[in-house]
Write a protein that binds this ligand. Sequence first.
Ligand SMILES: Nc1nc2c(ncn2[C@@H]2O[C@H](COP(=O)(O)OP(=O)(O)O)[C@@H](O)[C@H]2O)c(=O)[nH]1
Ligand SMILES: [Mg+2]
Length: 533
Amino acid sequence: MAYDYSDLLKNAQRWAEQAQTTGWINQDSLQTLSDVELQAPTALFDFGQSRPLIVAFMGGTGVGKSSLLNRLAGKAIAKAGVERPTSREVTLYHHQSVTLQHLPAQFPVTQVNIAQHQDDTSQHIVWIDMPDIDSNEQTNKHQVLQWLPHIDLLIYVVSPERYRDNKAWQLLLAEGGKHAWLFVFNQWDRGQTEQYQDFIQQLQQAGFNEPIIFKTICDPVSLSDEFELLKSTLVTLATQHTIEQLEQRGLQVRTQELSKRLQQIIPKLGDVGATQQLVGLWQQQWQRSSKLLQQGFVWPIQQAASYYAEHTADLITHPSMNQVVLWDAWAQSRLDDALDEFISNANQLGMPATPIRQQLAPIREQAEKIIRDQSALAVREALANPGNLAQRLFLKTMRLAEILLPLTVMAWVGYQVFMGYYTSNITHSQYLGVDFAIHSTLAIALSWLIPFFVIKKAQPSLKKTAIRGLNKGLNQALTTLEISVSDAITVIVQQHAEQIQQSLEIIQQCSQQPEKTRQPTQEKGPLARMLVD
Ligand SMILES: Nc1nc2c(ncn2[C@@H]2O[C@H](COP(=O)(O)OP(=O)(O)O)[C@@H](O)[C@H]2O)c(=O)[nH]1
Ligand SMILES: [Mg+2]
């Protein structure tokens, strides 16, 4: 399926805008896709069913652009010989049957002159005299750039002094492929053959194998120059076929340019290899940072544990007890450092920093809450079950012994009392003596007191229990932080893949442009000589 160029451009710009908002590309990259050279030309002129060939004189200050247009018109329609540094005006010269529909965006109407003629031989041509491109005034250059997308054929005018003009030359090199080009060596009355040869060589270097150059003399007008030839060449070119070919070619060149610019942006998104290293990079970073955090937490945990041990009862009545501060400014800056270092290392691998920073931002904010919640929970759990398993088992046994031992001893004493009484009755011997009373009382007391004291002594320390809980909670919280970052990395990698895929899709669409018309450069004839690939 082939896409309309303006749709392609819109897609590319839309993609770039969202990529810029999410931090994947910077403002400069976005700008390269909104440059005026990429704009799809709109129909500026209306001429019944079709549009005319739009021809513009372009070149440095004082080469004779305005003089050429005035010569065409046979009267002074453009201001010639405007005092340097520059002339700002744009002059349009066209047949009265042609109507201007609208001016390029942001173009100041006050600086456009319009002159009309009734010469039917050149009714399919709109001539434009452009401001001097070499001017230091940015508005001039801006104006020229605004007009360029609408121009089919540029007549690059030079003079003996200014044929090596750098600024105009730069524009020719940049814009070369988007237009057809004719060349005028004006002020030929003062020109020399070596200069002409030199100019041809320069054009050949720019890609014009057989450039079409007209030598003209406009002040005073010389009838023996090549001005009439220039005019008739343009009249023969102004056919619907040529205009369509040029239009098509302009769109093709723009499509290629768009695709090229997108391809230049893609490496800035970071490569797939770099995204694959992100998880490993983070794990290394976290190994160092979490160790540091754990060391730094030893003292705060002891402080917090003492506090918990002394205030266990308040845990329920004072909810603020759950907010003992472990995560202080020191801890936050260690985490920030870890994340910053990770971002900077990822950046060195070629990943853009902004989307990573955006994804990690919430984790920086949540860290305190994660640590607080998880350590409070773990402390509560630990305090609910103090001591370790062996300690708890031992205590249970002791509590049982505290009941069973005195009961057993009492039962034994009772039995002895009964048996003593019974045997003393039968044998009329002496009943149980004082010794027995003392010993059995002692035995009963000891059987109860021993487990009672053991239980008292074996109670696990609340502080130790709180430390255990806090450590457990802290480790869980640190793991949660690590996983949160890993999850964020997964999102970053996904986003990266999506950005690449979307931009590749547009590049793919660019390459699906149909070759509607035969490339004019492949044809023989004057048009082929006016184009560069
Ligand atoms: N000697 C000579 N002077 C010319 C020729 N054409 C134009 N000029 C002069 O060059 C100056 C600049 O011409 P102008 O048309 O304003 O140049 P523009 O800045 O490119 O529009 C004017 O003073 C013209 O009279 C020419 O063929 N020969
Ligand atoms: Mg001028």
